[in-house]
Design a protein. Structure first.
Length: 218
């Protein structure tokens, strides 16, 4: 459980940020110290932006943080994300550490820039000249709940291989399942059941594929 003093401090900061930038600015605090990672959100201001509330589960970056080396984690500032309803957000993620350097929480800011992008597009069309189109990185989805997050990670693993799970051979399934493991998918409660069903394997086979992926033996 997050230290009460630290949580109070983060609440003060979140309220100040949300109040400064208005109701299109969502501020979220994820507690990484609790055992129930499915309920990682302990504080949220203007949750209507992503349609989440206190007690909801983690985002992709939370699972990645739990799997990562804490010493290598660096704050991510001003990147694009996308809500379940398709709204585009300008997001920043700050890793909150305790006195020992352990990451105990995440403070995330998600500012809805959908309307601003529409204005920018209109202006851009007026002043555009003939140039090669620039490649724009696809915004990362913000899941509504932990089940949506697991579905998205499974879809990404299948996309990685490039064929339906039913057509994958053993080596391809190992690659897909190792991707899920590296993404933190198995931190989600009962994720093993869903992954096993998706790839048409038993729980025993799932564990053997995880071990094979770790050792590099296919």
């Amino acid at each position: 459980m997050l230290d009460p003093y630290l949580l109070s401090l983060l609440r003060q900061i979140a309220t100040g940020i949300a109040g400064t930038f208005g109701n299109q600015c969502e501020v979220v605090v994820h507690d990484l110290t609790g055992k129930e990672i499915d309920k990682s959100i302990v504080l949220i201001e203007h949750g209507h932006v992503s349609n989440r509330e206190t007690g909801d589960g983690p985002s992709h970056i939370v699972l990645e943080t739990l799997k990562a080396d804490p010493e290598k984690l660096q704050d991510k500032i001003a990147y694009l994300t996308k809500t379940h309803s398709g709204r585009i957000l300008k997001s920043s993620t700050m890793y909150i550490r305790d006195t020992d350097g352990n990451v105990v929480a995440i403070l995330a800011i998600n500012f809805d820039i959908t309307a601003l992008l529409a204005i920018d597009s209109s202006i851009g069309n007026l002043i555009a000249v003939n140039e090669d189109e620039k490649t724009v990185e696809e915004p990362e989805d913000i899941p509504l709940n932990v089940n949506d997050l697991l579905d998205e990670l499974i879809a990404q693993s299948i996309k990685l291989i490039g064929k339906p799970a039913a057509l994958m051979n053993k080596e391809e399934k190992i690659r897909a399942i190792q991707f899920l493991n590296n993404s933190g998918a198995f931190l989600v409660t009962k994720s093993g059941d869903k992954v096993s069903q998706t790839f048409g394997i038993s729980k025993y086979t799932l564990y053997s594929y995880l071990d094979a992926g770790k050792t590099g033996s296919l």
